[in-house]
Ligand binder design. Structure first.
Ligand code: PLP
Ligand code: COI
Length: 357
């Protein structure tokens, strides 16, 4: 893919690393963005890196009415020797294609897209913060932009990639978060779009999120949509529990997002010979194990959230306090290992690091 580059003539003032560490996640954007067009019969074409700015789209664009829009979330890091790296971008591009397939969006060339994103990151390299717990969040998304009001897949698309220098996703940082177990609303059902990273999944989750926040909770833990019994995932991360020393996480079932951090956590744990199980786990089982004092830790895992300890789960009248409000040993060890690999301070045993420059 040939990429035309048009550099901005009005670079913005980049926040300092300290500022990045304290601003709300995903509220600042770099100087440039990547765009690629798609037209039926022509395929993906016209890749360009241009100054960051508003999009001009037809008000009848399909994505605005029917939500034919998918996205990804990944990160780039500046290492202590000045290199720039991305974490497992091949996995994000593979998942993007799975989301595309589900939402009738044409496939992308995964390797070409990784290279194009690396080019964008290189152009905005100066924006990558280097303080611990900071990074450059990369947000690729594909929107259906054909103008029509009938309900059918669009014949044209715009792929965009924007970049945001970020610190912690939660204001709590690495301090444990409080999570609300949702009883009334559902996120996904069998045969639905739960496994895809499509905008609609997040839109339909907002009401529950708002209600949980009103009660002082950071996010919602979703249960399965059919029986309301089995644990699925948290709003922006997959979930893990340490029960009797075994790390348990819900198995992928089509309604859970297959997280890349989740997959990495499982591979790291296996590498440490720690017992890890991907299986169905009901909220009753968890509550009983908690009552019996067998739940040592709970944590979420995601690109934005990294490893995020969970200090409290509220399920109806049952409140589970976990780890005495502190980060547990397994969560801390995983956080150190995964962020260490991401920033090249620990050995990249699995070959997960993609060198941009
Ligand atoms: N689950 C949901 C609903 C998410 O939005 C995310 C974030 O992308 C995750 C899980 C974690 O996935 P990943 O580790 O690939 O970021
Ligand atoms: C991510 O971790 O990349 C996410 O997408 C979570 C959230 C910002 C939607």
């Amino acid at each position: 893919m040939e990429i035309r580059i048009e550099r901005t003539k009005q670079p913005k003032k980049r926040p300092t690393d300290q500022e990045i560490g304290s601003i709300v996640f995903g509220t600042r954007f770099t100087d440039h963005m990547l765009q690629v067009d798609y037209l039926k019969g022509k395929g993906w074409h016209n890749a360009r890196i241009v100054p960051y700015g508003p999009l001009s789209i037809d008000p009848a664009s399909c994505c605005l009415h029917y939500g034919q829009l998918i996205f990804e979330g990944m990160k780039a890091y500046k290492t202590s020797d000045g290199s720039v790296v991305m974490f497992r971008p091949d996995q994000n591009m593979a998942r993007m294609n799975k989301s595309c397939e589900r939402m009738c969006i044409p496939q992308i060339d995964e390797a070409e897209m990784v290279r194009a994103i690396a080019k964008l990151v290189e152009v905005d390299e100066e924006w990558i913060p280097s303080l611990p717990a900071t990074s450059l969040y990369i947000r690729p998304f594909i929107m259906a932009d054909e103008a029509f009001l009938g309900v059918h897949p669009s014949d044209s698309y715009l792929l965009n990639v924007i970049l945001s220098p970020v610190g912690a996703y939660y204001k709590e940082g690495l301090a444990p978060v409080r999570i609300y177990v949702e009883k009334n609303y559902v996120r996904a059902v069998r045969g639905g779009t739960g496994f895809a990273k499509c905008a609609g999944n997040y839109a339909s989750a907002l009401k529950s999120q708002v209600e949980a926040e009103k009660e002082g909770y950071s996010q919602v833990l979703w249960l399965d949509g059919l029986e309301g019994r089995y644990i699925e995932e948290v709003g922006a991360m997959n979930v893990f529990f340490v029960i009797d020393g075994t790390v348990v996480t819900p198995e992928l079932n089509g309604s859970i997002l297959p997280g890349i951090t989740r997959k990495s956590v499982i591979e790291v744990l296996k590498g440490w010979n720690m017992p890890v199980e991907e299986r169905r786990i009901s909220i009753d089982e968890l509550a009983q194990a908690h009552k019996d004092g067998r739940v040592g830790e709970a944590f979420g895992a995601g690109t934005a959230a990294v490893i995020s300890p969970i200090g409290e789960l509220k399920w109806g009248d049952t409140v589970m306090h976990i780890s005495g409000g502190k980060i547990g040993a397994v969560s801390q060890r995983l956080y150190d290992e995964i962020t260490g690999i991401q920033t090249c301070t620990r050995e990249d045993r699995f070959g997960w690091v993609y060198k941009v420059k």
